[in-house]
Ligand binder design. Structure first.
Ligand SMILES: C[S@@+](CC[C@H](N)C(=O)[O-])C[C@H]1O[C@@H](n2cnc3c(N)ncnc32)[C@H](O)[C@@H]1O
Length: 308
């Protein structure tokens, strides 16, 4: 099998000027009047709901230093710091444009900002952090894309393939012949585990999510088990195979909680939502937003890891 390496670093460093067109679940829930909030049992933003969910999984008293990698517009961190102003926060991002947005939104808080590619960070730099958050950005990291057409392999691809070989052996991963490989996500998770970060939250579009029974009358999807391409403005990203991340964390003896975003973004199937979901062709922009949002919160998964 021939592979090509899909990367987005150049796009994020040089071309990205707004996240507006790439509506993350987190951003979709941020505005108070967002139609997406009406789909949930609790009319709150993503960061607030995630923070409350984490109340059950960690003790905030034990968290001093928090690192968010790839924080986009800064919405999630704004929610976290509003609820826990004692946290010492650092935001690391490859995009100078998005860091500027984060600085603006978080100007009331004492936050450190690092313009860096997480793949270039030394493990030692991560040692001070008690909690690391990565939401909806693992899919941006390099992916080895299986490509049946013969062609030249770049040096970058060859070195990533070599690294993939190392991961497959060390963590007993077993990608099929035609499977795309989330090599960037593997690298970052290994780095976080090697640094012994006490708590790690990862959330992203999954290629293994299973539609629950209650959703089947409205929407049906089956897990492909193979990271899928998502084409966006100026770049492609890939869904994540969480079971491999789980295996990496397991080898470091992390305690693992895994589930769909609906564990903390609990949907409320009101008449309005049901009507939107039943429409084969959405009748309005709001119905289309509801359909997409319901799909997303069932297709996205999280991993919450705690060092033992
Ligand atoms: C799709 S946005 C997600 C933003 C935010 N976490 C959210 O949930 O709305 C991806 C974020 O990851 C950042 N990013 C992408 N690749 C990165 C890398 N290699 N190192 C650090 N940040 C990166 C982007 O600049 C952007 O802030």
């Amino acid at each position: 099998m021939i592979y090509t390496l899909n990367t987005t670093d150049n796009y994020h460093k040089n071309d990205l000027d707004s996240l507006g067109w790439e509506l993350t679940v987190c951003n979709a829930l941020y505005p108070e009047g967002s139609p997406c909030r009406k789909v949930l049992q609790s009319n709150k933003s993503f960061g607030v709901l995630l923070c409350h969910f984490l109340d059950n999984l960690l003790s905030w008293k034990e968290i001093s230093n928090i690192l968010e990698i790839g924080g986009g517009m800064g919405n999630l961190m704004h929610d976290f710091l509003s609820l826990h102003p004692q946290l010492k926060a650092t935001l690391l991002d490859i995009s100078p444009q998005l860091l500027a947005k984060q600085k603006e939104l978080l100007s009331a808080f004492a936050v450190s900002f690092w313009e860096k590619d997480i793949l270039q960070i030394e493990t030692d730099t991560l040692l001070p952090f008690d909690l690391v958050i990565m939401n909806e950005n693992l899919g941006d990291l390099p992916t080895l894309v299986a490509n049946p057409a013969p062609g030249e392999l770049s040096e970058e691809t060859l070195s990533s393939l070599e690294r993939a070989g190392y991961f497959i052996k060390r963590y007993r991963l077993s990608p099929a012949k035609n499977e795309n490989i989330n090599i960037g996500a593997w690298e970052v998770l290994e780095k976080l585990c090697q640094a012994g970060i006490k708590h790690i939250y990862l959330g992203e579009h999954s290629c293994e999510a299973i539609a629950p029974e209650y959703l089947k009358p409205y929407q049906y999807f089956v897990p492909s088990g193979n990271p899928e391409k998502i084409s966006l403005r100026g770049h492609d990203e890939y869904t994540i195979k969480f079971s491999y991340l789980q295996k990496i964390a397991e080898l470091f003896n992390y305690k693992i909680v895994r589930g769909p975003f609906t564990d903390f973004l609990k949907p409320e199937f009101s008449d309005k939502v049901r009507t939107a979901m039943q429409s084969v062709v959405p009748y309005s922009a709001e119905q289309e937003i509801i359909q997409q949002f319901i799909y997303d919160i069932h297709k996205y998964e999280y991993l919450f890891l705690t060092a033992s």
